[in-house]
Design a protein around this ligand. Structure first.
Ligand code: 5GP
Length: 142
C-alpha cells in the first residue's frame, strides 16, 4: 500500500467543501469539526489545512499548530460538555489504527466512569451533531 498523500480522502474533500461537516473552528491553517461517529458527545477532529497523511510526514510546525488548536478544542469541550477530562488521540497508518489518511487529532470530552464507545460503532443523529457543533462553535468564538 502506498504511503503517499491521497487528495481524494474524506477530510481533503471536507477541506475543499466537497463534503459537508459540522465545523466548530476554522482559521487559515487548521479546521476542527465533529466526528460523525462520536466515541463520546463532543468528539471533535482537528486537522491541518496543509496536506499531510499522518504524524510521519507532517511538517513539525503544522503539527505544533494542530496541537495548539487541539488544546483550544479540549478546553472548550470540557467546558461545554461539563466533562471531567479529555482524551486526545492520533493514529498513524493502518497498523496504528488510522482509517482516514489526512492527519487528524481526536479530542474527546470524558466523564468519570463513562467508557468511550468503540470506534465507528454508531452514527450520531444529525440534529444532535448540529446542536453540539453550535455549542462548541460559540465557546471557541468567545
Ligand atoms: P482514524 O481511525 O483514522 O483516526 O479515525 C477516523 C475518524 O473519522 C473516525 O473516528 C470516524 O468516525 C471519522 N469519520 C469517518 N468518516 C467521516 C466523515 O465522513 N465525516 C466525519 N466528520 N468524520 C468521519
Amino acid at each position: 500500500m502506498s504511503d503517499a498523500y491521497d487528495p481524494q480522502n474524506i477530510f481533503a474533500k471536507i477541506l475543499r467543501g466537497e463534503l459537508p461537516a459540522f465545523k466548530v473552528y476554522e482559521d487559515d491553517r487548521a479546521l476542527a469539526f465533529l466526528d460523525i461517529m462520536p466515541r463520546c458527545p463532543g468528539h471533535t477532529l482537528v486537522i491541518p489545512k496543509a496536506p499531510s497523511r499522518n504524524i510521519l510526514d507532517i511538517d513539525p510546525d503544522d503539527l505544533a499548530y494542530v496541537a495548539k488548536i487541539a488544546q483550544k478544542v479540549a478546553r472548550a469541550g470540557k467546558a461545554v460538555f461539563k466533562a471531567d477530562g479529555v482524551t486526545v488521540q492520533q493514529f498513524s497508518e493502518p497498523a496504528g489504527g488510522q482509517v482516514v489518511f489526512h492527519l487528524h487529532v481526536h479530542v474527546i470530552p470524558r466523564h468519570e466512569g463513562e467508557p468511550m464507545k468503540p470506534a465507528a460503532s454508531f452514527k450520531e443523529d444529525m440534529a444532535v451533531l448540529a446542536q453540539h457543533a453550535e455549542m462548541l462553535k460559540a465557546a471557541l468564538a468567545s
